[in-house]
Design a protein around this ligand. Structure first.
Ligand code: ADP
Ligand code: MG
Length: 338
């Protein structure tokens, strides 16, 4: 069985809502991430999908320790890293890097590409001592398919796809074991998206990387993911392998997302029934009781308002390939398969 590199248990991130002159009185909380559990195996890609605002970036930031978890655990190779600080945190951070969504704003326009990619070496000089840095950065440029001679150029001299390659090179600089990609291609043209995804796949094999790949759209993660977790209002509502999610989704929310994915085959498109969800996503500061999806769900009954549907805790499952759906009435939608 594959080695589990990251295990997340009941992770919670609440942002306090405050009031009063000095914002001292807490009047509630935005439940951005509210009890998320999953595991990531070495060399695997886990896709995380959900509408804007469902907590994907917050989850990424808490995993990276850029934000402190309110509760729960993040185990990196069995060690809880969610409460580390100082030198211990710094040493773990080397192993988990992030690639951000917007290649136009995530790169400092006043820094050269060489300085951007080499910046992580300032914090971890042991990876590339000063004399070796230029060469290390040029090697990284080469690895992501950019001309090493571009080292002194500035971000505005590159296209969107090239900038995302720069972001990826920076993410690789410290030779991490895990890269969390937060909507890495969402801001790019469709033709460029495929190139960047292909590059990420190639690098995964070359450097033995484990990926979390965040997107707001199921069609983007399909190609790259081994497994997919679907998020709704701070929770994972369904998780499974590619096949389990794309062919046999059992959660109504996943089924609705899938019904919106474009299909190339016109016959299949004709026979497919599009599920239009009613209403907006409720506020994460005041989520519905019971099942959070029930206010938009066509299957919802009284029970859904009273009882929270739970995913089994991952450690009780037979390995990460298990398919799980947080719905009281989970079943494959027959009409979708026709
Ligand atoms: P996603 O990446 O899925 O679009 P986010 O994780 O960015 O979602 O946001 C989840 C929820 O948490 C949203 O309602 C957002 O407004 C809220 N949120 C994110 N960051 C903060 C913050 N620093 N303070 C308060 N609320 C926040
Ligand atoms: Mg986001």
């Amino acid at each position: 069985m594959a080695e589990t590199i990251l295990e997340v248990k009941d992770l919670v991130k609440h942002y306090p809502l405050t009031q009063g002159v000095l914002f001292k009185k807490q009047v509630g909380a935005v439940k951005a991430v509210d009890g998320v559990s999953f595991q990531l195996d070495k060399g695997e890609t886990l896709g995380i999908v959900g509408e804007s605002g469902c907590g994907k970036s917050t989850l990424a930031k808490v995993l990276m320790n850029l934000e402190r978890a309110t509760a729960g655990q993040v185990l990196f190779k069995g060690e809880d890293i969610s409460r580390l600080s100082g030198a211990a945190l710094k040493s773990v951070r080397r192993n988990i890097q992030m690639v951000f969504q917007d290649p136009y704003t995530s790169l400092n326009p006043r820094m050269t590409v060489g300085d951007i990619i080499g910046e992580p070496f300032e914090i971890h000089p042991e990876v590339a001592p000063k004399g070796d840095r230029r060469k290390a950065v040029q090697d990284l440029l080469d690895v992501v398919g950019l001309n090493p001679e571009y080292i002194n150029r500035y971000p505005h001299q590159f296209s969107g796809g090239q900038r995302q390659r720069i972001g990826i090179a920076r993410g690789l600089a410290l030779k991490p074991e895990i890269i969390i990609c937060d909507e890495p291609v969402s801001a790019l043209d469709v033709s460029v998206q495929a190139q960047v995804i292909n590059l990420l796949e190639q690098l995964q094999g070359e450097f033995d990387l484990s990926y979390m790949f965040i997107a707001h759209d199921l069609s983007i993660v399909r190609h790259i993911s081994d497994r997919v977790g679907v998020m709704y209002l701070g929770k994972i509502v369904e998780i499974g392998t590619d096949e389990q999610i794309y062919e046999n989704a059992t959660h109504p929310y996943t089924q609705a997302l899938l019904s919106a994915v474009p299909v190339p085959d016109p016959a299949a498109r004709e026979s497919r029934e599009r599920i239009i969800l009613s209403g907006d996503i409720p506020s994460p500061a005041n989520p519905p009781s019971g099942c959070r999806f029930r206010t938009r769900c066509w299957k919802a009954e009284e029970r859904c308002a009273e009882e929270i549907p739970l995913l089994a805790i991952p450690t009780t499952l037979e390995g990460p390939a298990a398919h799980d759906s947080a719905c009281h009435f989970a079943e494959v939608r027959e009409s979708a398969a026709a």
